[in-house]
Design a protein. Sequence first.
Length: 430
Amino acid sequence: MPKKAKELSATEVRRLTAPGFHAVGGVAGLHLTVSITGARSWILRTKIGDRRRDVGLGGFPDVTLAMAREAAREAKARIKEGIDPVAERKESRSRLLAQQVREITFDQAAAQVVAKKQSESSNPKHAAQWESTLKTYASPVLGKMAVRDIEIAHVIKVLRPHWESRTETMTRVRQRIEAVLAWATVNGHRSGDNPARWKGNLDAVLPAPAKVAKSKNHAALPYTRAAEFMADLRRRDGLAARALEFAILTAARSGEIRGATWQEIDLAAKIWIVPAGRMKSAKEHRVPLSGRAIELLESLPRMQDNPLVFPAPRGGQMSDATLAAVIKRINEAQPEGQAYVDPRQGDRPITAHGFRSTFRDWAGECTAYPGEAIEQALAHTIRNAAEAAYRRGDMLDKRRRLMADWSDYLASQAPQGGAVTPIRKEADNG
């Protein structure tokens, strides 16, 4: 029969400083172990099944003698029940580590998705927009939350305050939150339905974007006043005025104009080739240039070591606000009641982007050019997959005539307060 260890007192235990194992009695197998560094901890040396095991019970003096004896008795009781405390502790630790790996915050998940977008996208601006909108709108509410805890109420808290005033932006924020949570689900950080899903989910709580985004479209000038506006614009000096005029002549987007470089323009061939990386559709776009557009370009100064056609005063790209300021100054100079506004949108002041709608309305109502040519001029993406698969050309010749007619229309003199005589041409089938 093994020798029973003397039951030491708390004072006697505090005096144990020699390195090694010291039986303290009270519970068979309970030892205080002292390392060569002087660190002391409790060990229960016992048999579990057919193996001798050392069960750690904590460090001394944080775990007192009384606490160690109680822990040792509990461990022995569990062993009698067929439970291995060492194996149990390893499993608990493994579960804890696994949970910590799974438990990431929304901001951490969003960073992973943005990084993925950066590696996939040919346009860095696209990934930057993801990062900016999520940081501005989603992060203040969801950022520090574990993705597994995010529910529909939290998503609504992000969207509802701006849903009606910034519908288009918040629609994108919703889509991006949905993408982040989908990534989190696939990577094992959450389970269950995606609370940012629209159909059969948020559509039961928030009004449809089309119902609330009444001002979604850019305010556009009726085409009957386009020549009048162009006459006022051409009387304006400055590079910003010429950039706006060029935008109207080409029906291009503001960003395409502001980022245009001389390398993209072939004055001899009268064509401007916008590379795919600067197009919304991510496809190269050929823009035929009318005589007035060529004349405008030839009149522009070229800055040394600056490739931009319309650079800002300090050398970079001019901002969208610069073009808007030109329109604002023109409107401020108009007689009362003659400002250039969009009557279909409550007489809101027109926008630079709105001239694309002006061009579309004019081309559709005053010419016989095919709708496909007009849509190509606007660089619109073909929604119909079958049609897109079969369309190979970009109808450049037809569009060259279309843009020449648009330029002529803009140069025509409209009677004061009256309509400009529409151009009606039969478009051939070629």
